[in-house]
Write a new protein. Structure first.
Length: 245
């Protein structure tokens, strides 16, 4: 299930991923508080399990003003999940919210549209990473796409994400080929990171652009819908499938 939400707003923070994480969480909570609690908490503690969605944000007309983007036109939030129940909770929560407030920011929902999903059938897929793909080492280091561990850790997190969603991991190991990916650094403002380090922002390395992923067609189709890599529920790893064979 894919959806696109158009918001009108005067400004959003440069580290806007946290804002849109809040938008999605509040939508789920508004639709079903019980579902929200089961998804985000376990025995009164934060649930660390991977989440079955990813998102990307597009700013249509903006200028930078200090720690904010001043928006001239609109902000478009794209969300993807293969989990129909989760998707319906997000959709229902958003459709029943005209105005969303996060700290000093106000977003006014203009429209929400369901987007037709593709069905990936090939063993070799050309993807475009709309939001950055983030891959980390076991030590927590953000990896560059040409580092030796990159493929192993990409397989590791893909296996974990699939296992959490469908009960079993990769059917076979993934192969990865960089076609035209560009490194980007995302500025994140996360409370947990601030509490641990005392620093206001975490800088996350990721890659946008085109790449080829080879593997089992069912694995590739689920990855397309779930997103790729770490931090997907924080606005990373949203993919478009361009072609396959």
């Amino acid at each position: 299930m894919r959806m696109k939400i158009d918001f009108k707003t005067e400004k959003i923070p440069i580290s806007y991923n946290t804002l849109f994480m809040s938008v999605i969480k509040e939508a789920i909570k508004k639709s079903s508080n019980e579902y929200y609690k089961n998804m985000y908490y376990y025995k009164d503690k934060n649930n660390k399990r991977t989440k079955n969605f990813t998102f990307a944000v597009y700013l249509k007309g903006y200028e930078v003003n200090g720690d904010n983007f001043n928006i001239k036109d609109r902000v478009i939030l794209s969300i993807s999940t293969p989990d129909l129940e989760l998707g319906l909770h997000i959709y229902n929560g958003v459709i029943n919210s005209k105005k969303i407030v996060y700290k000093e920011y106000e977003l006014y929902k203009e429209r929400i549209d369901l987007v037709k999903e593709k069905e990936v059938l090939g063993r070799s897929v050309l993807f475009n990473a709309i939001s950055p793909v983030c891959i980390k080492s076991r030590e927590g280091k953000f990896l560059d796409v040409d580092e030796r561990e990159y493929l192993d850790e990409l397989n590791y997190i893909s296996n974990e994400v699939l296992k959490n969603y469908r009960g079993y991991g990769l059917s076979e190991k993934l192969e990865f080929e960089n076609v035209n990916m560009t490194k980007v650094v995302v500025k994140e403002s996360l409370r947990e990171f601030k509490n641990i380090t005392g620093k206001p922002y975490q800088y996350v390395n990721g890659y946008k652009g085109k790449f080829i992923l080879k593997g089992n067609p069912k694995d590739l189709d689920d990855i397309y819908k779930l997103g790729l890599g770490f931090k997907r529920a924080q606005g990373f790893g949203y993919l478009d499938a361009i072609e396959w064979r």
